[in-house]
Design a protein around this ligand. Structure first.
Ligand code: RB5
Length: 158
C-alpha cells in the first residue's frame, strides 16, 4: 500500500513530520508537496492526491492545511473520493470503519504533532466494516452518478 501525503504552506511543517513518522513505521510514502513554506493554493495539492487515489496509483492519502477543511472540500470534488477532516482519535477510526475514507485531512493549526501521528495510526489500523455502512456509502456514490455528465460546452456570451 502506498500512502500519498500533501500539504499547503500552512501544513508544510506537519506534513514533513508525518512523512518521517510514516517512514519510521515502514510505510511506503509518496510526497505530493508542497516542499517549502512558500504560499501555495491547497486545491492544487488536494486534487493531485485525490486523483492519484482515484487512479489507483496510491491507496491512501493524508492532506494537511491550516484547518483541514479546504483540503477535504477540494478532495471530495474528485468522483469516488471520500475525504474526512479529522481532529480526534474517535473520528479517525470511524472515518475508515464507517465512511471508508481513503483520505484524511488534518489542520496544522488544530492538532498537535503528537495527536496528528496518533490520528494517522488509528486511521491506518481501522478497517471498513461494510454491511449497513457499505449501503450508506453506496448511496453517496450514487449521488455522484446523478450529476456525472460529459463536460458541458462553454456557451459564448452566456
Ligand atoms: C490558507 O489558504 C488556508 O485557508 C488553508 O491552509 C486551509 O486552512 C484551508 O482550508
Amino acid at each position: 500500500m502506498t500512502i500519498g501525503i500533501g500539504s499547503d504552506h500552512n501544513g508544510f511543517a506537519l506534513k514533513q513530520r508525518l512523512r518521517l513518522f510514516l517512514a519510521e513505521r515502514g510505510e511506503k510514502v509518496r510526497d505530493f508537496g508542497t516542499f517549502s513554506h512558500e504560499p501555495i493554493d491547497y486545491p492544487d495539492i488536494a486534487v493531485a492526491v485525490a486523483e492519484a487515489v482515484q487512479a489507483g496509483l496510491i491507496q491512501r492519502g493524508i492532506l494537511v492545511c491550516g484547518t483541514g477543511l479546504g483540503m477535504a472540500i477540494a478532495a471530495n470534488k474528485v468522483p469516488g473520493i471520500f475525504a474526512a477532516s479529522v481532529a480526534d482519535l474517535y473520528t479517525a477510526r470511524l472515518a475508515r470503519q464507517s465512511n471508508n475514507a481513503q483520505i484524511i485531512t488534518l489542520g496544522a493549526n488544530v492538532v498537535s504533532t503528537e495527536l496528528a501521528c496518533a490520528i494517522v495510526e488509528a486511521w491506518l489500523a481501522a478497517e471498513f466494516r461494510g454491511g449497513r455502512s457499505a449501503r450508506k456509502v453506496g448511496k453517496i456514490r450514487a449521488v455522484e452518478g446523478r450529476y456525472r455528465r460529459e463536460a458541458a460546452p462553454v456557451l459564448v456570451g452566456a
